[in-house]
Design a protein around this ligand. Structure first.
Ligand code: GDP
Ligand code: MG
Length: 169
């Protein structure tokens, strides 16, 4: 089975660890656990084609993920999630900066901008025009809630499909 590395990228407390935990274990913990170092989880994914791949999910620590994201973390990834906390628009700006960094190492590897904490959508402060602009630049942008599970499976499935198209073409 082919293995595919995916990196979780995004500012502090946007929900990177929670998303992996929801996807891999179908669990959510409201307890705040700061990830130390790098945590690696795996999960098998069945593609629409019927082929099976093993996703290797890299979840970085970080109180300062902007500073610590490095080439060693990203190296070998064939896709990545840029995670945003919808209730904190500053994390959207961080995601854009991080995308620039990721691009220098991963080139045009597929990625999805994941707007997390959809269960708190009444508190969202994101700029809809800015998001619309990125969408018209054909960015993949999805909404999800690690807490409730909405959109999580779909986000991983969709990135998995795009990664395998990118690799085989
Ligand atoms: P990380 O630093 O990006 O890994 O973020 P965490 O996964 O540790 O989550 C940071 C905080 O946000 C924790 O208190 C989580 O319980 C909370 N959180 C994560 N995802 C969601 C979500 O979808 N909805 C809500 N309401 N809280 C979330
Ligand atoms: Mg974490």
């Amino acid at each position: 089975m082919q293995t595919k590395k995916i990196c979780m990228i995004g500012d502090f407390a946007v929900g990177k660890t929670s998303l992996v935990s929801r996807y891999v274990l179908n669990q959510f913990s409201a307890d705040y656990i700061t990830t130390i170092g790098v945590k690696i989880d795996t999960k098998d994914l069945i593609l629409n084609s019927g082929d099976q791949i093993k996703l290797v999910l890299w979840d970085i620590a970080g109180t300062d993920s902007l500073a610590t994201i490095g080439s060693n973390y990203l190296k070998g990834a064939v896709g990545y999630f840029l995670v945003v906390d919808g209730t904190r628009s500053a994390t959207f700006d961080s995601a854009l900066q991080l995308q620039q960094q990721a691009k220098t190492i991963l080139g045009d590897a597929p990625f999805t901008l994941l707007l997390n904490k959809l269960d708190l959508s009444y508190q969202w402060t994101l700029n809809k025009d800015e998001i619309g602009g990125l969408k018209s630049n054909s960015w993949s942008i999805m909404e999800c809630s690690a807490r409730q599970g909405d959109g999580v499976e779909k986000a991983f499935q969709s990135l998995g499909e795009r990664m395998t198209i990118a690799v085989s073409s």
